[in-house]
Design a protein around this ligand. Structure first.
Ligand SMILES: *[C@@H]1O[C@H](CO)[C@@H](O)[C@H](O)[C@H]1NC(C)=O
Ligand SMILES: *[C@@H]1O[C@H](CO)[C@@H](O)[C@H](O)[C@H]1NC(C)=O
Ligand SMILES: *[C@@H]1O[C@H](CO)[C@@H](O)[C@H](O)[C@H]1NC(C)=O
Ligand SMILES: *[C@@H]1O[C@H](CO)[C@@H](O)[C@H](O)[C@H]1NC(C)=O
Ligand SMILES: *[C@@H]1O[C@H](CO)[C@@H](O)[C@H](O)[C@H]1NC(C)=O
Ligand SMILES: *[C@@H]1O[C@H](CO)[C@@H](O)[C@H](O)[C@H]1NC(C)=O
Ligand SMILES: [Zn+2]
Length: 458
């Protein structure tokens, strides 16, 4: 009884604290920029003066806990849908769909069937009456749910960052006949490209690549200032994944374990996907004992925490290499840097920086789930989010209008009170069960305890 009253009271305090967060704000345009393969600790290892200037006036999330597999397409689609890969359907850069018998790769990715398991923000925001744009972001030019963003360009590596930026800024500004876009996503392929070629441990090569990335961020800031957008738009700068150093000394050759006529290879990378052609258990057994730095999983036993099982496009067997190890069928090391590995590895995490009228100034957060970026963006735009795997709970701390500390205090209070109450209940139960050993009293007490416990689980 007392517990229920107290819970009711605490809930209403919680509701009051969150009331203002649901209030409609007059939204300002949002620009989402991704620099592919920007490993979180590059920020500590390299100067990045422009990026530091940007987040000193805004916020920084030091590590973004991204989704498995830590590859470009799955993570870029997670950023704009808030879904794990198993729920948005873009599971790798190379896929096979056993239902349609279709193949997906980076040069053949336009078929809508691959993308239609989710809806990216540049489509959803159209329903709020907004114009939107996607510049070379994976999926930009795909017709998803029969629609495309208002403006888009397909990936074209010969178009410079400056050219991409100019188009995006013009789309944001609009003109007499065309309203400016409220949401724009902009993609740039560095420092991923250099990370693969030279490896993240090559300080000389990475310093050069990151200097160019930082110069591009400087250009972004100065162009936004020149056009009057700076201070009037919210900017998110982030990435899809990090990068690990590979080596010819860390090579796993599948041919050493079983002949390739045992399986059809679907994807060969840090996470290898294959279809067994012989008895799956036999093929699995051969792969399972193949190498100490490679873990084999039958689809049904892929760990829950990876959120990488519930989709027909996940193949019957996947192999996950340890950090920095490379799986090949035969031959030599293909690249000095790679990603795709377990998303719990810090080397696989990117960062998130943001600035603009909705953000706090000079605030830093240790980490955030990358699926939380989508509900944050929907909140910034006042767009009702589609079903997703993220929450606004942590991300709201980044916002100027939020009383994040208060919410944290209320949470701490609730946890504290519940801890004390459960201790008292526990002691009470102990005393009672010692006094009356009758099975009836014992049962009744247990039922009561369970009843009280229910609201805590919500
Ligand atoms: C909500 O915001 C208004 C003004 O913006 C403020 O006066 C009020 O105290 C806030 N309420 C809560 C519960 O934070
Ligand atoms: C990509 O997929 C298309 C269509 O299935 C195929 O024709 C093409 O050869 C593939 N390209 C690569 C590089 O695998
Ligand atoms: C890529 O961009 C270049 C330079 O802007 C252009 O000349 C070329 O036609 C584009 N390629 C494709 C495939 O659109
Ligand atoms: C690092 O990269 C540079 C190119 O920027 C290259 O000349 C050098 O050989 C690389 N060093 C190592 C140790 O791979
Ligand atoms: C499968 O791999 C094993 C081990 O390398 C080999 O003995 C066998 O011949 C392979 N092929 C088939 C069709 O089983
Ligand atoms: C992620 O969200 C989707 C859509 O709501 C849902 O179907 C799926 O079960 C969620 N995944 C997890 C692990 O909660
Ligand atoms: Zn890459």
């Amino acid at each position: 009884m007392l517990l229920q009253t107290l819970l009711g009271f605490l809930c209403s305090v919680g509701a009051l604290a969150t009331e203002n967060t649901t209030a409609q704000q007059s939204a300002v345009p949002l620009l989402l920029v991704s620099f592919d393969g920007f490993r979180a600790d590059y920020l500590q290892r390299f100067p990045m003066p422009n990026l530091k200037l940007l987040y000193s006036q805004g916020v920084l999330v030091e590590q973004l806990n991204n989704v498995f597999i830590t590859k470009t397409f799955p993570n870029h689609y997670s950023l704009v849908t808030g879904l794990y890969a198993e729920s948005h359907g873009i599971l790798a850069s190379t896929m096979y769909d056993p239902v349609s018998h279709k193949h997906f790769n980076l040069t053949s990715d336009k078929d809508p069937m691959w993308w239609n398991q989710a809806e990216p923000l540049w489509i959803t925001a159209l329903d709020s009456g907004y114009k939107t744009a996607a510049m070379m972001w994976p999926g930009s030019d795909v017709v998803i749910g029969n629609r495309t963003p208002t403006h888009f360009l397909p990936y074209n590596s010969t178009v410079t960052f400056q050219q991409r930026l100019e188009s995006v800024i013009n789309w944001m500004l609009g003109h007499e006949k065309e309203q400016g876009v409220m949401f724009a996503a902009l993609y740039w392929e560095e420092p991923d490209r250099s990370g693969h070629i030279f490896g993240p441990d090559n300080a000389t090569a990475m310093a050069k690549a990151l200097k160019e990335v930082d110069d591009n961020i400087g250009l972004l800031m100065s162009e936004l200032k020149r056009t009057g957008l700076w201070g009037n738009v919210n900017i998110l700068i982030t990435s899809d994944h990090g990068m690990a150093q590979c080596s010819a000394d860390r090579l796993i050759r599948l041919d050493d374990c079983l002949k390739s006529d045992n399986y059809t290879l679907v994807d060969l990378s840090a996470v290898t996907a294959l279809i067994p052609l012989q008895d799956p258990e036999v093929v699995f057994a051969l792969l399972n004992k193949c190498h100490a730095h490679m873990t084999a999983y039958l689809k049904k036993s892929i760990p829950d925490r990876l959120h990488y099982r519930d989709n027909e496009r996940i193949q019957p067997i996947i192999l996950i290499a340890d950090e920095g190890w490379t799986i090949v069928q035969r031959g030599d090391l293909p690249r000095l840097g790679d990603h795709g590995y377990d998303n719990s590895l810090p080397s696989m995490h990117p960062f998130l920086a943001a600035a603009g009228p909705s953000f706090r100034q000079g605030y830093q957060l240790k980490s955030l789930q990358s699926v939380d970026v989508y509900p944050l963006m929907c909140h910034l735009l006042s767009v009702p989010p589609r079903r997703n795997n993220g929450t606004l709970t942590q991300a709201r701390c980044l916002l100027a209008a939020e009383s994040c500390g208060d919410v944290a205090m209320v949470t701490a209070l609730v946890v504290g009170v519940l801890f004390i109450l459960s201790t008292i209940t526990g002691l009470f139960w102990l005393l009672r069960s010692r006094r009356s050993m009758g099975p009836r009293a014992f049962q009744r007490l247990q039922v009561d305890y369970d009843d009280d416990d229910d609201p805590l689980l919500e």
